[in-house]
Design a protein around this ligand. Structure first.
Ligand SMILES: *Cc1c(COP(=O)(O)O)cnc(C)c1O
Length: 484
């Protein structure tokens, strides 16, 4: 049989709808017409586009099969370090689909948009409370966009103080977007080394902080999954020289309800709603990276501001020191609704979510530290970083291990990041995985390490089971074929 129906084996060969279509096939039947055809019909409708003719079952099977080629957090564990791929409760999707919200139009005047404006004002309050930084903008569309917005605010602050500064300190454990965002904003990133414990030392910061440095951009918890334990001293050093402290808060999932960033001296930060606050992400879908700042930075926040006066909500634009707009209309509002729904349905349990995220990461770390090499053997936050050092002798690499995990039904973790760790395998289990799932993941990793010893060839060939085998990633990056 040379045209398999795509129902055998793991490879679901699914042709294009154009190849599946058969002239005259249809997904519905209509009663015969009991009026004469209008002479205008042919003129107005023409022959129509050349769509394939298909039955309902053809179409349902086509899209169901395509959806099964995907791996998502709804199909299994997704331990992607630095990205918090946790399960997102479906109720939050439902709230975003409520008709009043889903059909709201950004061009409607404020008096006709009170519900959504109230939701945005409330979300700003909640995020201000969670971070300890009460001035909040919901406009940025992603984490990196929040960073850029934050850097623009830092710049505006120094210009307003009469002394624009040119440099920004970026630790080697920062997320890769940090130096990029500050450079796009016109700052010169100054790399700062972390110490042998994987965190920043105050002495080192003191030696590089000067009066031409606008501030520091710290990913906290950092990309090694470690909390910057000297943050208090570091913020004092930066403030003494007139700089601002920016925190990349994309890893807030580890510290919600536990650390008040405002209290530890942070001036401004961004959050990733599409990591911590329940929006599915990946594939470049819409995100949201609100920036939260201390009160003194409020005048620089993007316009419009959502304001409340005696129970009525409005948008105000007249803020001369504002950096201006950073997104069309008011940001990706659908994501804001999901975040608001998540925060309200979690309540005090937000803190518990962080505690469980940290517990799960430490559980994985302890259970696997004899299997994979653990460069920083100390309590971690929401993620732990291993390397392939123990597997080197068998010529098995981090990439082989990650690819083999696919054969066992897991999405691979983040690999070769952070750059400060050679051959990094970065695992973030998140709080939404059960003990049983974690145990299966751990057993799988141990089985793969055993294979590396006894049968390394199978790892070099992995993945063997999915539809697409190992790809030439360099070629894919250099010569992308975007037209199918
Ligand atoms: C994901 C992430 C970012 C970037 O966020 P995007 O929404 O992808 O732009 C920045 N910093 C850290 C620490 C992250 O984990």
């Amino acid at each position: 049989m040379n045209n398999p129906l795509g129902t055998t084996g793991l490879t679901l060969n699914e042709p294009l709808l154009w190849e599946k279509g058969r002239k005259g096939r249809s997904g519905f039947s209509m009663p015969g017409r009991d009026v004469p055809p209008s002479p205008l019909a042919g003129f107005l409708l023409g022959d129509g586009p050349d769509f394939p003719d298909l039955s309902e079952v053809d179409i349902v099977r086509h899209y169901t099969r395509l959806s099964q080629w995907n791996y998502g957090v709804d199909s299994g564990m997704y331990p992607l370090g630095s990205c918090t791929m946790k399960y997102n409760p479906k109720t939050n999707e439902r709230q975003a689909a409520v008709r009043g919200f889903a059909n709201a139009h950004p061009l409607l005047p404020a008096p006709l948009s009170q519900g959504i404006l109230e939701l945005m004002a409330n979300l700003q309050k909640y995020l201000g409370e969670i971070t300890g930084l009460p001035a909040v903008t919901l406009q940025p569309a992603a984490g990196a966009h929040g960073e850029l917005t934050g850097m623009m605010i830092v710049r505006a602050y120094h210009v307003d103080a009469g002394a624009p500064r040119h440099k920004i300190l970026i630790p080697d454990t920062a997320h890769g977007t940090n130096p990029a965002s500050s450079a796009i904003c016109g700052f010169t990133p100054v790399p700062v080394k972390s110490n042998e414990r994987g965190v920043l030392s105050p002495e080192h910061i003191a030696s590089v902080m000067d009066e031409d440095t606008a501030g520091i951009m710290i990913t906290n918890p950092n990309t090694l999954g470690l909390f910057e334990e000297n943050i208090r001293e570091i913020t004092d050093i930066v403030h003494e020289k007139g700089g601002l402290v920016y925190v990349d808060g994309a890893n807030m999932n580890a510290v919600m309800g536990i650390v008040s960033m405002g209290k530890i001296g942070v001036d401004l930060m961004h959050l990733n709603l599409h990591k911590t606050f329940s929006t599915p992400h990946g594939g470049g879908g819409p995100g949201s990276g609100p920036v939260c700042a201390r009160k003194g930075l409020a005048p620089f926040m993007p316009v419009p501001w959502v304001e409340e006066h005696e129970g009525t909500y409005s948008l105000s634009y007249d803020h001369p020191k504002s950096i201006g707009k950073v997104h069309a209309f008011y940001g990706n509002v659908g994501i804001l609704i999901r975040a608001c729904s998540y925060i309200l349905s979690m309540g005090q349990n937000l803190k518990k979510a962080s505690q469980l995220a940290v517990l799960n990461a430490n559980y994985v770390k302890e259970k696997l530290k004899d299997t994979f090499y653990l460069p920083y053997d100390r309590p971690c936050m929401h993620e732990c970083v291993f390397t392939d050092k123990h597997q080197e002798a068998h010529k098995v690499t981090t990439l082989d291990i990650a690819k083999r995990l696919i054969d066992y039904g897991f999405h691979p973790p983040t690999i070769y990041f952070p750059l400060v760790v050679h051959g990094a395998i970065m695992i973030e289990p998140t709080e939404t995985e059960s003990r049983e799932t974690l145990d299966i993941f751990i057993e799988t990793c141990k089985a793969i390490a055993e294979e590396a010893r006894k049968n390394p060839q199978i790892l070099h060939e992995a993945p063997t089971k999915p539809k697409v085998r190992r790809m030439d990633e360099t070629r894919a990056a250099r010569h992308p074929q975007l037209a199918g």
